[in-house]
Design a protein around this ligand. Structure first.
Ligand SMILES: [Zn+2]
Length: 220
């Protein structure tokens, strides 16, 4: 197993998947994680229907971005593969994708309510309001198209009645976005429950957005 040419890529996807699971952003085998494979036009993505507590690196599936088919696999890739492929094909700056069913994020997705700019750090890390992608059934090409449209140039998007999808230049960054988005969604849901949330002033949006764009342009 150690001479597998994709071993490091598989290990990294597994490591960050387990961190997503340990943080409570998903339960059992829900959600999925992928990353571009260095030196190949391909991604490594978590398998379908394998719980994170027993998932192993050799179960992470390497898929061609050209054909959308597995290059090497012992198990089938995540059923959300079409959505991951759509994001990588439309966003060259994206190196990794984390898709979660985190509770507060999913609450907003069921309400089909965007996550507005309420905390400084979300502008810096997300690039602005997190929009809601129109509903389409899980795993369909329609869902991929809806996600790409609502994601725009930002770092995340809500999926109607489902969860969210977060992106980054690498796995650590995409996971950081997912963790920050769940914490921000929790603050927003709690503030809706207890009063009327106030969004940030325009000048803060501009300052945060400038920082986001600077971060996105940095060399990888
Ligand atoms: Zn899902």
């Amino acid at each position: 197993m150690s001479n597998d040419r994709f071993q490091a890529d598989r290990e990294s996807v597994l490591f960050h998947s387990k961190r997503m699971w340990e943080a409570g952003l998903v339960v059992a085998s829900a959600g999925n994680v992928s990353a571009r494979v260095s030196g190949h036009n391909a991604i490594a993505i978590t398998p379908t229907s394998v719980s994170y507590d027993v998932m192993t690196a050799d179960q992470v599936v390497v898929v061609s971005l050209d054909s959308g088919l597995p290059i090497e696999s012992k198990v089938r890739p995540s059923g959300e593969l079409p959505t991951h492929l759509a994001v990588y094909r439309h966003r060259q700056d994206v190196g990794a994708v984390v898709h979660t069913h985190a509770p507060y994020v999913s609450t907003l997705s069921v309400l089909r309510r965007p996550l507005p700019p309420i905390i400084d750090e979300m502008i810096v890390y997300f690039g602005g309001t997190i929009e809601v992608a129109d509903y389409a059934f899980t795993g369909t090409d329609d869902l991929g198209a809806n996600v790409v449209g609502a994601l725009g140039d930002r770092a995340g998007v809500l999926l109607s009645n489902h969860g969210n999808l977060c992106v980054g230049s690498d796995l650590a960054e995409a996971l950081h976005v997912a963790l920050t988005m769940e914490s921000t969604a929790r603050i927003y849901v709690e503030s809706l429950r207890t009063g009327d949330p106030v969004v940030l002033p325009e000048e803060s949006l501009k300052a945060g957005r400038a920082m986001y764009e600077k971060r996105r342009r940095r060399p990888r």
